[in-house]
Design a protein around this ligand. Structure first.
Ligand code: ADP
Ligand code: ZN
Length: 733
């Protein structure tokens, strides 16, 4: 009699280990494999875990091992390379294996939904539909006409593509009722790439980049550092072509969902292969469908945000990370992984090329390029006929507050731009009307009673809002300190800038994009469409508008209050602010008309800013990198943060002091410990946050130290303090 196989299961719980179970008697041999979901008894509950190994010998006394209840998949849904990546992730970020694996699965699969391949639900134009389009007989029903037009352009439309094509369920039903379209179910068809639309003729720099990437044989990481508008997208596309032609899939990571609709349509038009999107803006069902499509090779191109790095792609041929400098690739709670680093790891183990594209590479990426870990490909010129924008620094005007940032020369520049029927972008990274609400009599500032923040005044809502905990309150009628009734809003936010623009430029159409005006992706899409269709002249935006957008008629960018970010106490503040400024600046002059950028600053002589403006981002960044190396700060050293959170500041701080003391006695690994120090915003939602920074000269040393810290935390449980570990932290807490 053969023995029942053992399954080692990672269970979704905060424990650092996996647990052994006997396979259920109903299981087939194919099912007993790493990567299948297994329902198991766990304490008094039943949980769905994932088999990570089938060991020959159990870890514990065999008599204590329980049988699993059921195996939910006929074959592994996480293949070996992905399982290896996730195991590595769990170790590298010191995060429980069960919770790490959970991160990779869409919630429907975590809850036990089946993992069988989905049948394709294909939508086609009927003869009547084709006729209606040709006769233009639907011109009164504009949406239906547009829908038919869009459907006719695609080779094979699935019902899951309708959202991307912006065809609503109502329009779909109307067309079905009129029998202009029909839906039928097909078993899945393999996709084939047939070259159709030819891209741009590459310029020399692009050509060099594409050739280098195409010549990569197996793993190689490329840092494609191309100034804004240099045609990086064309480089990615032409690099992807031979991969798709050989039947392999491409994973494209983007920082923001705001960028995906544009990207998806561009890809679908160019390649005529199934493109799927996966990001947190989708419903659970949509994510589940996208994941299964990727798993069963029904997707040729997978586009997604951070978590898409965990999408199963059994036949992956290339990874592309667009805007790879973006901090959105690092998760800042729970499993604090960096999707860029995991993507590199994944490309390495899959032995495929990976492209990190950006106009503003992080110092880490430059450091890796300098050491030969990445191949640096630079695109120094804008593609086509467009010119680099002309950037000037404008000293902040005395009347900054009275004019709401619109000093006379800025007004003049905006008027000139509007007179030419062009668009202008005013960038201000602060939403609301004013960041401060002050008693005019005694100067007392309204603060959040649950956080270490000043309340932001929102005039449209007539509320004070805390941007940390989102609490709102009616503006006080009297000062809590001197009891006078005389409050004024102070400082500048996008709401105020908008109303100032309405007064200054009464004839201009104004569109403000920030988190208050775009509550959901539909609203955001509508506003972006307005911008792209030139239905707005003045765009006012926070960093939501800074990224990736290609707005043709935009020729003037004004960065209001640009240096806000330079003076944050994080050692990356200058790098990040420089990136943001260059990204915003890069939105303009991308078509034939040249662009102008005005950086309004209180410190026009600040050396890094001068260098950024006069010598460009790469020189600026290399200088910063040199300073980091001299100071042995990341990327010249390995960094991590141990955070402590507690109801009382003393508890949080003491916990870290105690850890520091303990390390002094029990640790012989050379390391610099920074702190404990309060987080940049010490109190959020009545929780006090402290941090201990750890610097070692390399990652191996850091790993030894972190293992020691793990064991300390395991043996010094403190019910009043919650600890967290941020490996390769990208920002101070
Ligand atoms: P980036 O991502 O580098 O900021 P894009 O890829 O958006 O830039 O390209 C900017 C513009 O240049 C796009 O309109 C693109 O169609 C165009 N473009 C790219 N490559 C070429 C080329 N070789 N010749 C002409 N136009 C190009
Ligand atoms: Zn608050």
């Amino acid at each position: 009699m053969t023995q029942t196989p053992l399954l080692r299961i990672a269970v979704p719980c905060p424990l650092r280990q996996a647990f052994d179970y006997w396979a259920p008697s109903s299981a087939t041999p194919e099912q007993c494999a790493p990567g299948v979901r297994v329902r198991v008894p766990f304490g008094r509950r039943e949980l769905i875990g994932i088999c990570i190994a089938c060991p020959a010998e159990p870890d514990i006394d065999p008599k204590k091992i329980k049988p699993a209840l059921a195996i939910l998949d006929d074959q592994p849904i996480l293949n070996t390379p992905l399982l290896n990546l996730l195991t590595w992730t769990s170790q590298y970020y010191h995060h429980p294996i069960g919770e790490t694996l959970c991160e990779a699965l869409p919630s429907a699969l975590r809850q036990g939904k089946p993992s069988d391949p989905l049948a394709d639900s294909v939508i086609t134009l009927t003869d009547k539909g084709t006729q209606a389009l040709a006769d233009n007989s639907l011109k009164r029903a504009k949406q239906q006409h547009t829908a038919l037009e869009r459907l006719s352009k695609e080779t094979r439309v699935l019902s899951t593509d309708l959202k991307r094509l912006e065809i609503t369920p109502v329009t779909r039903r109307a067309l079905e009722k009129k029998e202009l379209i029909a839906t039928h179910t097909e078993t899945h068809q393999a996709w084939h790439y047939t070259p159709s639309q030819i891209g741009h003729t590459l310029n020399d720099e692009q050509h060099h980049a594409v050739t280098a990437i195409r010549e990569a044989n197996g793993f190689r990481a490329f840092l494609c550092a191309g100034v804004t508008g240099s045609g990086k997208t064309e480089v990615y596309y032409q690099a992807m072509e031979p991969i798709l032609a050989s039947g392999k899939a491409v994973l494209l990571l983007v920082p923001e969902i705001a960028l995906t609709p544009q990207t998806l349509n561009r890809l679908a038009e160019r390649f005529h292969v199934p493109v799927v999107a996966t990001h947190s803006g989708l419903s659970d069902t949509e994510r589940y469908q996208a994941w299964l499509k990727a798993l069963y090779n029904q997707a040729a191109i997978i586009v997604g945000t951070r978590s898409a790095v965990f999408t199963p792609c059994p036949n992956l041929g290339m990874i592309v990370i667009d805007e790879s400098h973006d901090t959105a690739f690092k998760q800042t709670s729970g499993l604090r992984y960096h999707a860029r680093d995991l993507a590199i790891k994944r490309a390495h183990s899959s032995n495929i090329p990976i492209i990190l594209g950006t106009a503003t590479p992080t110092l880490e990426s430059l450091y890796n390029a300098e050491r030969g870990h990445y191949t640096l490909l630079t695109l120094t010129k804008r593609a086509g006929n467009s010119q680099p924008p002309k950037i000037i620094c404008l000293p902040q005007h005395r009347d900054f507050q009275q004019t709401s940032g619109l000093s006379p020369s800025i007004v003049e520049a905006i008027n000139a731009c509007l007179a030419q029927k062009k668009q202008v972008l005013l960038f201000l990274n602060r939403r609301g009307y004013a960041p401060l609400f002050i008693c005019h009599h005694c100067g007392t500032i309204c603060k959040c009673s649950h956080c270490d923040t000043n309340m932001t005044y929102h005039r449209e809502k007539n509320r004070l809002v805390c941007h940390q905990c989102h609490r709102m309150q009616t503006p006080p009628s009297h000062c809590s300190h001197c009891e006078q009734a005389n409050h004024i809003p102070y400082g500048l936010g996008t709401e105020q800038l908008e109303s100032a623009c309405c007064e200054q430029f009464p004839h201009a159409r104004i569109c403000r994009i920030d988190r208050d005006t775009t509550k959901n992706t539909t609203q955001l899409k509508e506003q972006l469409n307005r911008i792209h269709d030139h239905d707005a002249d003045i765009l006012i935006g926070t960093q939501m508008l800074a990224k990736g957008h290609h707005i043709k008629a935009l020729t003037l960018v004004v960065i209001i209050n640009a240096d806000q970010g330079f003076f944050c106490s994080d050692f990356r503040a200058i790098e990040r602010t420089g990136q943001l400024i260059m990204q915003v600046a890069g939105r303009c002059g991308r078509d034939k008309e040249p662009g102008n950028v005005i950086i309004q600053t209180a410190l026009p002589d600040f050396p890094p800013l001068k260098q950024l403006v006069n010598e460009g981002y790469l020189t600026f960044a290399r200088q910063l990198l040199k300073e980091r190396e001299d100071a042995s700060l990341p990327p010249a050293s390995a960094f991590a943060i141990v955070g402590a959170q507690a109801r009382s500041a003393t508890d949080a701080e003491h916990a870290l002091q105690h850890l520091r003391q303990w390390l002094k006695q029990h640790n012989d690994i050379p390391a610099t410990l920074l702190g404990p120090m309060p987080a940049l915003c010490q109190k959020i939602n009545d929780t006090h946050r402290f941090q201990l920074g750890i610097l070692t000269s390399n990652k191996t040393q850091r790993e030894h130290l972190l293992l020691r810290i793990d064991s300390y935390l395991l043996h010094h449980k403190n019910s009043r303090v919650r600890f967290l570990l941020d490996v390769d932290a990208q920002a101070l807490l």
